[in-house]
Design a protein around this ligand. Structure first.
Ligand SMILES: [Zn+2]
Length: 215
């Protein structure tokens, strides 16, 4: 008689890590205590949450993850093929806490160039922050494609010129939460804040999925 492996014996589908696709062993302490995680202990530890608090133009901002190679490749994977499973890896652990913290806010996503979204058929920033279950208003649009990584600092300063308000309604009854996936120089976020300020919201806060270490 041949000994069957646990997964065969129990007839349960084998759990596979959503990040590295390796089988998740049931016997590690991590997987006994993080049954809902669906990522292996190694990957879980590699995505470094830092909940870093900082300020953008005097407004409170929080970044959830440190933007490193692991987070970068996860984001790339997420942008390339919209994947709810991956979204869960990013947010599931604390979506409740974030929904409560930002209760009463209206989410405004930092825009990407529309044609990019059309190719992709979804906007990853919008999809990502839907998990907060807050009302969302796309108040800002990007009118021209600018590649952050290749642009010079001079060009970056001009980013604001390519961002426009899509709606000029007064926001004095609203608290606004500006959201984005990656925060590097902050120039795009600052340009968005300046646009939103024109609509006089009660409050502005910033939430980003990840931020580079500097500053
Ligand atoms: Zn893994």
């Amino acid at each position: 008689m041949k000994w069957l492996r646990l997964s065969e014996r129990s007839n349960l589908p084998t759990k596979v890590c959503k990040i590295c696709f390796k089988e998740i062993g049931d016997k590690t302490l991590f997987n006994l205590t993080h049954k809902e995680a669906d990522v292996c202990a190694r990957c879980f530890q590699e995505i470094k949450m830092h909940f870093f608090k900082f300020q953008v133009l005097g407004y409170n901002a929080i970044s959830i993850y440190r933007y490193d190679e692991k987070v970068q490749s996860l984001l790339y994977q997420f942008k390339g093929c919209f994947d709810y499973e991956l979204l869960n890896v990013f947010f599931e652990r604390f979506s409740r806490e974030l929904s409560l913290r930002y209760r009463g806010y209206v989410v405004v996503p930092v825009p990407s160039y529309k044609q990019d979204d059309e190719i992709r058929e979804f906007n990853h920033v919008e999809e990502m922050f839907k998990i907060l279950h807050l009302p969302m208003r796309k108040l800002i649009a990007k009118t021209k494609k600018i590649k952050q990584a290749t642009s010079t600092s001079q060009k970056r300063k001009k980013i604001g010129e390519h961002l426009v308000l899509t709606d000029n309604s007064d926001l004095s009854n609203f608290k606004i939460l500006l959201v984005d996936d990656v925060y590097t120089t902050g120039s795009t976020m600052k340009a968005c804040i300046k646009l939103i300020e024109k609509l006089h919201p009660k409050k502005i806060e910033v939430l980003v999925m990840s931020k580079t270490e500097n500053k």
